[in-house]
Ligand binder design. Structure first.
Ligand code: NDP
Length: 345
């Protein structure tokens, strides 16, 4: 039974050097927080685990502030209202919130969004209908701008961002080439309708990719970097677009890799092929595109052209291990931690 007097939470105990380990986290219980006027007390149902959290563990300047040592790890959550001190919400409502890695928390009612469980499973609010789905939508359509008949390549293609990128590319009439780790993920991409699915762990990956894009690559949606990017770069077409969304292959690096500096070759390719390389953080598109995304994604899910997969791990205490696994591809689909009972299932 859930303890209604204690809040269980996972704090950042130390900063990792390279790969994070369980020593970097501390689990503890604390007294249940109390909501003030305008606030709600929430019980976490699902907690989202996302690659960006690795960056928040570093004490480095970035687009968002790091998690302070001794603070709760941050993250998106789907939660049930336990007690409301705001007229807009009542006990039992399900909301999209940002409680982080804890069983309960207090938030201002105006900072959470009420979810309709009849419209979509509530877990999708942090997945295909939430931040990762939106990242794919905005990055692909605003920066990648795929045209009918063009070739779009995406890696981490079995994850929530990549799987949406490939399917939206197909919806827009482009050819989708998905890259993922291992035969199971590759098989799933084929099921989703990707024109070609490749295993980046295969010893023939570089040749496989070349064979998969006989007309070159028009859009490369960059999620990983590393050896996938090395294989993609020579295959980019003139006027190719590269939305740089994530570089998960590098998140645990502590220094630049050994070897010659290849940035001159990269810049030369960008110049001679008139390639657009544009980084983005999804938040920049929220104001302009979120509403349309919600409408489009709901329609595509309903007509079966946008499918998704969830990887749900039970129990808050298992969050660190699940998180480590995601950074090396052990997750298969949108990674969630089920922290408490889902009253809608
Ligand atoms: P995923 O669930 O896809 O998890 C990350 C995946 O990356 C792993 O499952 C693994 O899949 C793959 N991977 C890890 N290491 C490597 C490697 N060395 N080479 C190739 N693939 C690797 O994550 P998301 O869909 O949530 O996120 C995808 C990317 O999008 C991340 O880089 C993330 O940081 C970024 N992102 C950026 C946002 C923005 O606003 N810019 C917002 C949200 C996400 P596999 O087994 O297939 O190798």
């Amino acid at each position: 039974m859930t303890d209604t007097t204690q809040n269980t939470r996972i704090l950042l105990a130390s900063r990792p050097h390279g790969e994070p380990t369980s020593d970097n986290f501390r689990i503890e219980t604390a007294p249940m927080p109390q909501p003030a006027d305008g606030e709600v007390l929430l019980r976490t149902v699902y907690m989202s685990l996302d690659p960006y959290m690795r960056g928040r563990m570093n004490d480095a300047k970035s687009y968002a502030a790091p998690v302070e040592l001794g603070s709760v790890m941050e993250g998106g959550t789907v939660a049930e209202v336990v007690e409301s001190r705001d007229p807009s919400l009542q006990a039992g409502d399900i909301v999209l919130s940002h409680l982080g890695w804890q069983s309960h928390g207090v938030q201002q009612a105006k900072h959470v969004r009420k979810l309709d469980a009849d419209r979509a499973p509530i877990s999708t609010a942090v997945g295909v209908l939430g931040m990762p789905g939106f990242t794919a939508y905005a990055g692909l359509l605003e920066i990648g701008k795929p045209q009918p008949g063009e070739t779009v390549v995406v890696a981490a293609a079995a994850g929530p961002v990549g799987s949406a990128v490939g399917q939206i590319a197909r919806i827009k009439g482009a050819r989708a080439v998905g890259i993922a780790g291992g035969p199971e993920k590759v098989a799933w991409l084929k099921e989703l309708g990707f024109d070609v699915a490749l295993d980046h762990r295969s010893p023939t990956f570089k040749e496989d990719l070349k064979a998969a894009v006989p007309d070159g690559i028009d859009v490369y949606f960059e999620n990983v970097g590393g050896h996938v990017w090395d294989a993609v770069l020579p295959l980019l077409n003139t006027y190719a677009r590269v939305p740089v969304c994530g570089l998960v292959a590098h998140y645990n690096e502590t220094a630049l890799p050994d070897g010659p500096d290849r940035s001159a070759r990269l810049m030369s390719s960008i110049l001679t092929k008139s390639i657009t390389v544009r980084g983005f953080i999804q938040t920049e598109f929220v104001k302009s595109h979120y509403k349309q995304f919600q409408a489009d994604a709901a329609e595509w899910i309903a007509d079966g052209s946008l499918r998704y997969r969830e990887d749900i791990v039970e129990g808050l205490e298992n969050a660190p291990d699940a998180f480590f696994g995601m950074l090396t591809g052990k997750n298969f689909g949108k990674l969630l931690v089920q922290v408490g009972a889902d009253p809608t299932r």
